[in-house]
Design a protein around this ligand. Structure first.
Ligand SMILES: Nc1ncnc2c1ncn2[C@@H]1O[C@H](COP(=O)(O)OP(=O)(O)OP(=O)(O)O)[C@@H](O)[C@H]1O
Length: 577
């Protein structure tokens, strides 16, 4: 197995080069043939055994990512034709394989090799669109790390572009609230690259979905302060994250929050006015300008997402869980009001004619969130401004009344010690529980004792769907297709064009698909009701009784529908200890 080291670990570089001299596989297939005889280290074989099992199943991720990439026009790197990516070793290039130098030379500049077999892979902990993430032990330092593995064995240019961009962006950033890239490990024998990160036990989506965890106001302030500090740093460095959501906000055992997953991030220069793709940000956290097709945008996209997260932490569940772009926009207009005439004129957004409502919607944030701490409302109002220019910057948000009014943010170290909780774990537990219920349901039906639906858990937070724009588009396509199949259960879902009533304001008396009226008790704040508990049992909850009844829960759409998620779940089950 080939290897590269992060800056810190230069001592191992000669070791690594020695290994390379004896290996030098000309291409991935030959590398595979040689692997079994060449590599005797037990650590490496553990890693390869896991990888091998995943290689076959990992195809869906790359296809997904390739589809996602077609919509992404703002890559930072150019990628040579696939035939030039042969995995020939170029020892002049600090031990990097030349194919990697060719495609990501800038990204790996000044970094030196690290031996791959100095890591012991422990468990798979995450599944991204174009990567798998493992918990591993750094055998040199004893530290637990996260290894994010990107595979290139089918010579797909898109994986490389995403990976190179993520590395470039991460190398620009250095802040306690931004995940740190600690090194890189290439695996020439299995044509992959590992990004080494500090290991984080939790993510905010996973914690928020744990039954029994109800954040207090000082805790919400603590997390938000850290999120905004991290964003402030990114924005000062000219980086837009473009996928701020709970599952990308990782939290360590000391309560330190770090912004992670820079796979959709981009460098930007407000002066340059370079067009960017609007197909970014997970649907529930996507700002209106992107839904309306903006290609010139800035830091406001991340601040909108931050506003959604603040309101979600205070209310205990996602505030605008749309299932399609149309429904998402509808939810935004109902809560935040529709854009003013001046804004439509000024912004000249591509989808204006499609989505401009015939009558304006009134903004009702203050009524909807009247149970929130009063000092939070001006901040939410600002972050959820329809016009991105009216949104606070991260710096202004940090200086807002919310943070300088008692009760102040607690210290991260005083946060309760939670059991490890990630959004993926919550999804898997939920899926397993549903599977068990189905089995029990079948058994009970046989004996005539089917449990009533009244036993379903009540609602709180729901992990966001894998809602990059492309996945959402796939969902929409699936829904349209299955509409045609009268036998299919999913026919209850309306096709996207009938979904929501954009163009026709919906009365707050709840005739529309979703009510955001002031009387909607679903937005009562959860933070004043009970204290946080350190011994919480994680269990995901549904999106709301009324939504479940009408089979409109976005989670069920994703869980039932999306083959990618199914693959993830299947795979995860097969690896669970
Ligand atoms: N440093 C880390 N420590 C612990 N877990 C991590 C770490 N980095 C990532 N993970 C886990 O792996 C998952 C996937 O990682 P990440 O989001 O970076 O991958 P991705 O391929 O970019 O994903 P996506 O498709 O969601 O954009 C995360 O949701 C998280 O649960």
């Amino acid at each position: 197995m080939g290897c590269v080291l992060g800056k810190q670990s230069q001592s191992s570089s000669s070791d690594c080069r020695r290994r390379r001299n004896s290996e030098a596989p000309p291409n991935p297939s030959r590398a595979r043939l040689r692997r079994s005889s060449d590599e005797s280290s037990s650590v490496v074989s553990v890693i390869d055994a896991v990888d091998g099992a995943m290689d076959v199943k990992g195809m869906g991720g790359r296809r997904q990512q390739q589809r996602k990439a077609r919509h992404t026009s703002d890559f930072l790197v150019s990628v040579p034709a696939p035939e030039t990516w042969r995995m020939t070793l170029d020892l002049k290039q600090k031990g990097w394989p030349s194919w990697l130098m060719a495609v990501a030379g800038e990204a790996i500049r000044d970094w030196t090799p690290r031996l791959a077999n100095t890591f012991q892979k422990l468990d798979r902990i995450g599944q991204g669109t174009y990567s798998n993430v493992y918990k591993a032990r750094d055998l040199l330092t004893g530290k637990t790390v996260a290894l994010k593995k990107v595979r290139f064995d089918n010579l797909e240019p898109e994986s490389l572009k995403f990976m190179a961009r993520e590395i470039l962006v991460l190398r620009k950033l250095d802040h306690p609230n931004v995940i740190k890239l600690e090194g890189l490990v290439t695996s020439r024998m299995s044509s992959s690259l590992y990004l080494v990160f500090e290991y984080m036990e939790h993510d905010l989506a996973g914690l928020a979905a744990c039954q029994g965890i109800k954040f207090t106001e000082p805790q919400v302030k603590c997390y938000m302060k850290q999120l905004l500090s991290g964003l402030e740093h990114c924005h000062k460095q000219g980086v837009l994250h473009r996928d701020i959501k709970g599952s990308n906000l990782l939290i360590d055992s000391e309560g330190i929050l770090k912004i992670a997953d820079f796979g959709l991030a981009t460098s930007y220069d407000p002066e340059q006015k370079k067009p960017l793709t609007s197909r970014v940000v997970t649907l529930w956290y996507r700002p209106p300008e992107l839904l309306l097709g903006a290609t010139h945008y800035g830091i406001g996209v991340d601040l909108w997402s931050a506003g959604c997260i603040l309101a979600e932490l205070l209310s205990g569940k996602p505030i605008m869980p749309g299932r399609t772009e149309v429904e998402q926009l509808h939810k935004i207009f109902k809560l935040c009001g529709s854009p003013s005439e001046e804004y439509w004129k000024k912004s000249k957004l591509p989808n204006e004619t499609l989505f401009k409502p015939q009558q304006p919607y009134k903004r009702c944030i203050a009524e909807t969130f009247k149970y929130f701490p009063s000092s939070s409302l001006p901040l939410i109002e600002s972050l959820l401004s329809i016009d991105p220019e009216e949104r606070n910057t991260a710096t202004a948000a940090l200086n807002s009344e919310f943070f300088i009014t008692e009760p102040y943010a607690c210290n991260p170290s005083s946060l309760p010690k939670y059991p490890p909780s990630k959004e993926i774990d919550v999804k898997l537990r939920d899926e397993e529980a549903r599977r068990q219920r189905n089995i029990a349901g079948k058994v009970n039906t046989v004996y005539g004792t089917r449990r009533s639906k009244g036993h379903e858990r009540p609602t709180r937070a729901v992990p966001a769907p894998e809602a990059n724009a492309e996945i959402q588009a796939n969902l929409d396509k699936w829904r349209v297709l299955t509409q045609r199949n009268a036998k299919c259960k999913s026919e209850k879902f309306p096709p996207p064009h009938q979904d929501g009533a954009v163009g026709h304001p919906v009365d707050a008396s709840n005739k529309g698909p979703v009510s955001f009226g002031a009387s909607d008790s679903s937005f009562n704040s959860s933070i004043f009701n009970s204290k946080s508990s350190g011994s919480s049992k994680c269990s995901r909850q549904a999106g709301g009784p009324s939504r479940r009844k009408t089979n409109r829960d976005p989670r069920s759409a994703v869980t039932k529908v999306h083959p990618r998620l199914q693959t993830i779940l299947n795979r995860r089950h097969s690896f669970s200890p």
